[in-house]
Design a binder for this molecule. Sequence first.
Ligand SMILES: Cc1cc2nc3c(=O)[nH]c(=O)nc-3n(C[C@H](O)[C@H](O)[C@H](O)COP(=O)(O)O)c2cc1C
Length: 189
Amino acid sequence: MEVLEAIENRRSIRQYKAKPVDEKTLELVLEAARWAPSWKNTQCWRFIVIRDSGIKAEIANCLIKSKRDDVLVDNPGSMAIVQAPILIVACAELGKSGLNAGVFATDKGDWYMFDVALAMQNLMLAAHTMGLGTVPLGLFNAKKVAEILKVPEGFCVVAMTPLGYPDQEPRTVPRQELSEIVFHDKFGA
Ligand SMILES: Cc1cc2nc3c(=O)[nH]c(=O)nc-3n(C[C@H](O)[C@H](O)[C@H](O)COP(=O)(O)O)c2cc1C
């Protein structure tokens, strides 16, 4: 699959088959994450691969409900975590990304969110090219997840995704037109 095709056709998958993912396929997906660019190649990311259904269930309970039209609805990521054979939790080492000469060099401070997102996107695109589904999850209590997974001081949990074979035809959610998001020479122009 061409990169552009993978980018355009990847969709968030929230329903999974129980079919296992073999080690070789998992390794290829993680390899894609490993080759992401990062601040001064600091590679602050760490990935925890979880197959244990008890741990997956505990983490599924850490997801935060969404508010839609003033009504609280379950985060569909919870069920996805329980169903999928694998959960990948992306963590970051803090204080590595965004440094220049030993200090945070920009107004953004620590760039770990950016670096981890790049790795996650690589991982999700690679998974898609192999017929696997993912959904990036961010609406959860990251401190609770860190406790469950014994993430040490100096690291944090950033995001996670189930990984498995899709059991749904996902709907495509629209994107803004280029004319709405691309400017020329000056912002807004
Ligand atoms: C940072 C981030 C956090 C997200 N968190 C959740 C989440 O907690 N639960 C969920 O169901 N989807 C979550 N999503 C998935 C988005 O809803 C989804 O990517 C978006 O609607 C576009 O759909 P698509 O991925 O199918 O193109 C998240 C996506 C991103 C990038």
